[in-house]
Design a protein around this ligand. Structure first.
Ligand SMILES: Nc1ncnc2c1ncn2[C@@H]1O[C@H](COP(=O)(O)OP(=O)(O)O)[C@@H](O)[C@H]1O
Ligand SMILES: [Mg+2]
Length: 338
């Protein structure tokens, strides 16, 4: 299969994004970069340089929800702009939907919600979406159906979208219009730069639900965030970027799983002395005891049985992504953002 045939206009067939994840194309990464580097010239005389990204190699498969994490100034937006063809890498190369980065033909299959998007204040949300649809040359008939559908998806009142100018929108409403705009061309691949930023808890929850619904539709979502809890709930795979370098990458299970598996155990009976040797932070409270197990749970259960104890509860406590993130940054002596 040549790279041309991997791209099928999803705007004419909304189910085609689903086929993208189940066809032979699923073997091919939808995003792949090799040692990307970006250096900016700065300072009054443009005589200083800042390296925003170095040795950045990432791979995202179709249908994946990929979260790029990192403190402020880590280079997340820089990477996203390079992927979108909005900035040129100083070195390295990459492919998007089988095309070299910057190739215009890939653009119609991509959606983008920028960080701190600037919208046209005097347009209504509806007018803005029509304008965005026009840029993709989406036929009037399709627009008529898609705009209200998208407004419903992002949870923006149709009346408000038609009547209110965007200068009167709250941050949450603007973010929703931004999301609708990012989806106007029914993209296969959606880039979201800090989509939860500035939203209240309800707004974050709704944004999360929207991203999950995109995932259900088989779309590939690449998003930048420094809000770890959001990433933890939504992403199949994450990468951590710090000072322009990818310091680790993998599924949450790979990053937080096996090595750090611990079990919180509660029970009754048995021999307190022996249990205290098996459990960390062993504590008795009335009839019950609890503690943390780091050894093999099977072994623990058979020891407990032998000493005549009963298990009340055993649950896995995984290291949170936040703990992992801080630990990774500390190990590399990176505590501060740029
Ligand atoms: N156009 C630019 N000119 C000079 N420096 C820039 C430019 N864009 C980004 N940078 C610098 O590159 C680094 C990474 O920025 P950015 O990609 O925006 O990080 P993030 O999105 O992770 O917060 C920062 O030090 C930032 O100041
Ligand atoms: Mg950014």
């Amino acid at each position: 299969m040549n790279s041309e045939s991997k791209i099928t206009p999803s705007s004419t067939n909304s189910s085609s994004s689903k086929t993208a994840v189940s066809g032979p194309a699923e073997q091919q990464p939808i995003i792949q970069t090799f040692s990307l580097r970006k250096t900016y010239r700065t300072g009054f005389w443009m005589n200083k340089t800042v390296t925003s990204l170095q040795q950045c190699s990432v791979q995202v498969m179709p249908g994946e929800t990929f979260g790029l994490l990192g403190p402020n100034g880590a280079g997340k937006t820089t990477l996203l702009k390079i992927l979108l063809g909005l900035a040129k890498p100083s070195a390295g190369r990459g492919f998007l939907l089988g095309k070299p980065l910057g190739d215009r033909s890939a653009k119609q299959y991509i959606g983008y919600l920028p960080e701190n998007a600037y919208f046209y204040d005097y347009l209504t949300g509806w007018e803005f979406l029509k304008y965005a649809a026009g840029l993709f040359q989406i036929p009037e008939k399709v627009q008529k159906r898609r705009i209200p559908e998208l407004l419903d998806l992002v949870g923006l009142d149709r009346k408000a979208a038609k009547k209110k100018q965007m200068r009167r929108y709250s941050k949450g409403m603007l973010q929703r219009v931004g999301m609708a705009q990012a989806l106007i061309n029914d993209p296969k691949l959606v880039f979201l730069d800090e989509p939860m930023s500035g939203l209240d808890p309800m707004g974050r929850y709704q944004m999360r639900e929207i991203i999950l619904s995109l995932k259900e539709q088989g779309k590939t979502v690449f998003f930048n965030s420094h809000v770890l809890s959001d990433v933890e709930v939504i992403c199949d795979r994450v990468a951590i970027l710090a000072l322009g370098e990818l310091i680790c990458e993998g599924t949450l299970d790979q990053l937080l799983g096996a090595k750090t598996q611990k079990y919180q155990v509660k029970g009754r009976g048995g021999k307190p002395q022996a249990l205290a040797n098996l459990l960390i932070d062993f504590e008795m409270q009335a009839e019950q005891w609890h503690g943390q197990l780091q050894a093999n749970p099977q072994q623990f259960l058979s020891s407990l049985e032998q000493m005549g104890g009963t298990l009340v509860e055993m649950k896995m406590v995984r290291q949170s992504l936040e703990d992992f993130f801080i630990q990774q940054l500390r190990q590399r002596g990176i505590h501060k953002s740029r």
